[in-house]
Design a protein around this ligand. Sequence first.
Ligand code: AFP
Length: 330
Amino acid sequence: MPNVINLTRQLLEQNTYTQESLELANVINQLALAAKLVSREVTKAGLVDILGATGETNCQQEKVQKLDVFANQTFVELLKQSPYVKAVGSEEVKKIIKFNEFYHEKSKYIVHLDPLDGSSNIDVNVSVGTNFVIFKKQSPGQKLGKKDYLQPGRNAVCAGYVVYGSSTMLVYSSGQGVHGFTLDPSIGEFLLSHENMSLPQASTIYSINESYAPKWQKKFRQHVADYKKDKNSKGKVRTARYIGSLVADFHRNLLKGGVFLYPADKKHPQGKLRLLYEGIPFAYLIEQAGGAASDGQQAVLDIEPEELHQRIPLFIGNKEDVEAIEKVLQ
Ligand code: AFP
C-alpha cells in the first residue's frame, strides 16, 4: 500500500495536532470541500447550457448560474458553516461579510478570497482558480473592526490557491513550506503530490500582457524588452508565457521558475490586481517557496491595506527578477 497522505492528515501532522491547528484545519477543509464542488461545476462548464432547456434552468430545475456566482456562494456558505470563521472578504462582494456573532463566538479567522480567478477564461476551457488567505482576528472581543480584516500579509496564518486545470490542485502554506495536493476524482480526496515546493533557481519565463506596452513607463518598457536578449542565471534567454488567469500563470511559474508582471499603467494607475485576494496569497506562497513579490516599491506582504478591494501593481517570482524590477521602478 503506498503512503497516501490526504490534506487533513498533512495539515494536522505538520502542526502536531494542537488545538490551533485543528481549528485551522477545519477552515482549510471547508475551503477544500467548496473547491471540490466548484471543480465539479467547472468541468461541466460547456454542458450546463446544453443541459439547461432555456439556459436558465438545468436538468434538476435549478437556476443555471454563472460559475463565478456559484463559486462565490459555495465558498461563502461553506466557510459560514465553520465555527472558526468570523468573516469573509470576497472579490464578488463589495463589503466584508460578517457571520452571525452568536454562532461564531469561537471564531477568530478572517478569510479573503477570489472565488473564481480568471473567470473570463471559463468559456474557452482555460484554467481558472480560487485564491485565498487566512488571517487571525487581532482585536479582543467579538466585534470585528477594520484592523482585523485589513491586515498586512505578514500577519497571514495561511494562504493558498486551487487551480482547476487538466487536474484540480490545491496548493497551500501555513508557514511551513508550500505543499501541493492533486484531487483524485475517483475518491474525492486531495492527495499530497508536490511536497515542499520550491521555486527553481533559474528564471525561465516572463509573464506579462505585452499588448499594454504603449501604456507603460518608458523605463519599464525597456526592461521588458531586454528580457528578449538578456540571459538568466543559466545563460538562457527567458521564454514568454501569459494565460490571463493569474492563478494559472503563477502555478506554472512556481513549477518552472519565472516572473509574473502586472505594472501600473495609464489604464490602471494603481495596478489591476487586488492586494488582499490576489497579491497577498501569492506573495505569501512565493516567499515560502524562496521567491519574492513586490509592488515595485516594497514587498507585497509589507503593504498595509487601506481598503478591501485595493489594487496594486504586482511583480512576483524569482528574487533576482523582482529585485531588478524594483531597481528600475524606484
Ligand atoms: P478575470 O477574473 O476578470 O478574468 O480577471 C483575471 C485577472 O484579474 C487575473 O487573473 C489575470 O492575471 C488578469 O486579470 C489578466 O488581466 P489582463 O486581461 O488585463 O491581462
